[in-house]
Design a protein around this ligand. Structure first.
Ligand code: ADP
Length: 629
């Protein structure tokens, strides 16, 4: 070890330690994926070197044929994945193989349950990469040298995956990285050439660089190339099997599950490019993290240019994974230049359309898959209604809802399904917004619609208030919130004005308004209630209460707004209220009626203590009524 210096022992970041522990336990049944992950890293390293060499050709000159070699050594019980790619400097090595840089990781790891199957799926959504080596190895050695650095800047990293790793600098004549797994006693199958070859063919055939399989004890033999070694997207669709697409997707996305669908296209003519786009089946753990990387992997004439090129698709399609290989963009394009490139808008429009068409096809052709897609990404797709007005019609067809017909919270009804069931004279699409399904279905606002057999969409996602606002209408039918003061139902009552109905009960309404004047805007006789005594509705131009609550929760100051109270004149409680001659009791009862209407729509009472006091008093009065009676 005379040529090594500066040996340092460092601790893994806490998140890495946790991940290692969880992974070894929960991924054991998929243990062979480590090879796919290591080869995938090797291929990325080769891609990155080729890219850097565009600006600095000397980086490639010492060894221009980029390739990957998998070496096994039965005597030493090791398996080594070698690449001559970009390599890592000492600092990069410590950063890359000692920490996890993705924000939200700690929270994500907290979700682990200890249930092997569930955790495996969660970790699959996270993507494990290099650390998966420790499923089959009790020690891992990484030797690497960054392209462009001199021989004496080689670095060796070593760890047993328990909590610490060591790094030391040494002289390494080859550029790139060798990852050596010292296999556990019961994992020696990964020293068997046939087993390794099968794994490479199954998982890594699509890797664009040649992968050779070599016996390290036989240095003089020319190793076999095991894979097809052409960029998958450059091959004709007819030649590619589903399995090849699926494995390519996993390499690209680090997802463990198969994608739901993909679309592979070559565009020729004025501009030329190939795109291969995938719809994943599970949401990644950081789908809601605004800073999470998203976008396509960009190649220019087969040369890798950048990961996560988010410019090619709108934010609401951030779940799409894929590659784009352009023949026209300059190889040295930066993110900023890409953003301004004149070709970008038309490419982005075309790719957006392609994704939406793919989803329409899935929705009609494989409804079960579409349902899976919708539960993973429906909420994200709805952002499109706000973000992408041009495609509103296409997006509207892709929406799925829970409705009062369904009897459960599954969002599986389209607007076309809904319209197909409506009566001829119903010119509106009715919906209710609520914080959750239970509040929505139990809402008093639905009562008269239910009685008339009118179906109502139950909207409970955070994005829904914005989404319906932007959608506004579908197929000539406007969307109507059933909790608005101006609700109009088909047939009958619509023709009688609210004023006319109120007129019959003027004294009662006046009295209620008087005692509740601080808390309500107005009080009306309700046309929508059947079983409940009262409900609150929003004025036609008011912000709806869900949106208001969300904005308030996010710290925005909201202008004060009072609801409109509606009372069900046929309800015994309202009859009772009407007959109450004691002023104090009338006030207390009116307040309670309003409190209950607010609670039923999921609002919080501004003064819950007052409410509790009123209720307690009322209960005690009941008691004394009973004992005196
Ligand atoms: P991921 O590949 O998902 O980023 P990994 O844990 O597999 O996560 O790897 C972490 C980082 O280590 C990579 O992003 C890359 O920068 C670096 N790395 C891993 N393997 C290699 C390699 N063979 N050559 C160069 N860098 C590598």
């Amino acid at each position: 070890m005379s040529n090594t210096k500066g040996r340092e022992t460092l601790g893994f970041q806490t998140e890495v330690r946790q991940l290692l522990k969880l992974m070894i336990h929960s991924l054991y049944t998929n243990k062979e994926i480590f090879l796919r992950e290591l080869i995938s890293n090797a291929s990325d390293a080769a891609d990155r070197l080729r890219f850097e060499a565009l600006a600095e050709p000397s980086l490639l000159s010492e060894d221009a044929d980029l390739a990957i070699r998998v070496e096994y050594d039965k005597d030493a019980r090791t398996l080594t994945v070698v690449d001559n790619g970009i390599g890592m400097s000492r600092d990069e090595l410590i950063e890359n193989l000692g920490t996890i840089a993705r924000s939200g990781t700690a929270d994500f790891l907290k979700q682990m349950t200890g249930d092997q199957q569930k955790d495996a799926q969660l970790i699959g959504q996270f993507g494990v990469g290099f650390y998966s080596s420790f499923i089959v190895a009790d020690k891992v050695t990484v030797e690497t040298r960054r392209a462009g650095l001199s021989d004496d800047k080689g670095v060796r990293w070593e760890s047993d995956g328990q909590g610490e790793f060591s790094v030391e600098t040494f002289v390494r004549s080859e550029r790139g990285t060798a990852v050596t797994l010292h296999l556990k006693d019961d994992e020696l199958e990964f020293c068997e050439p046939l087993r390794i070859e099968n794994l490479i063919r199954r998982y890594s055939d699509h890797i664009a660089f040649p992968i050779a399989l070599a016996d390290s004890s036989k240095d003089d033999e020319e190793p076999d190339i095991v894979n097809a070694a052409t960029a998958l997207w450059t091959r004709p669709r007819s030649e590619l099997s589903d399995n090849e697409y699926q494995e390519f997707y996993k390499h690209l996305s680090h997802d463990f599950a198969d994608p739901l669908m993909w679309s592979h296209n070559r565009v020729e003519g004025k501009r030329e490019y190939t795109s291969l786009l995938f719809i994943p089946s599970n949401a990644p753990f950081d789908l809601w993290n605004r800073e999470a990387p998203r976008g396509l992997k960009l190649y220019v004439q087969r040369v890798y240019v950048m990961d996560d090129a988010e410019q090619f698709l709108p934010l609401y399609l951030r779940f799409v994974k894929g590659v784009i290989d352009s023949a026209d963009l300059p190889l040295n394009i930066s993110r900023e230049l890409l953003q301004q490139h004149p070709e970008l808008t038309s490419m982005r429009n075309a790719l957006t359309r392609r994704v939406l068409d793919m989803l329409s096809k899935m929705a009609t052709g494989s409804p079960d898959d579409y349902q899976k897609f919708w539960s993973a990404f429906g909420q994200v797709l709805k952002e499109g209604l706000v973000e992408d007005h041009k495609n509103k019609k296409k997006l509207a067809k892709l929406l799925r809802f829970a409705t009062t017909r369904g009897g459960n919270d599954t969002q599986d009804q389209s607007l076309d399904d809904y319209i197909g069931r409506t009566a001829k004279d119903q010119d509106k699409i009715y919906y209710i917004l609520a914080d959750n399904y239970a509040t929505a279905v139990a809402s008093p606002h639905l009562e008269s619609l239910e009685k008339k057999g009118i179906e109502v969409l139950l909207l409970t996602d955070r994005i829904d208030p914005w989404a319906v606002d932007n959608l506004a209408e579908y197929e000539g039918k406007s969307l109507q919130d059933v909790a608005r003061v101006d609700l109009e139902l088909p047939e009958g009552e619509g023709k009688i004005t609210q004023d006319a109905i109120n007129d019959e009960h003027k004294p009662l309404l006046k009295k209620i308004k008087k005692v509740l004047k601080e808390r309500i805007e107005a009080v009306n006789v309700s046309r929508r209630l059947v079983d409940s005594p009262a409900c609150v509705v929003a004025g036609a131009d008011e912000l709806n209460p869900q949106l208001r609550r969300m904005l308030e929760a996010s710290g925005q100051a909201m202008p004060e707004s009072k609801p409109i109270l509606e009372v069900n004149i046929k309800h015994p409680l309202v009859t009772r209220l009407s007959a109450e001659s004691d002023d104090a009791r009338f006030t207390a009862l009116s307040n309670i009626v309003l409190d209950h209407a607010l609670l039923a729509e999921g609002s919080q009472l501004q003064n819950p203590a007052d409410y509790v006091k009123r209720m307690n008093k009322l209960i005690l009065e009941l008691d004394s009524d009973a004992s005196s009676g």
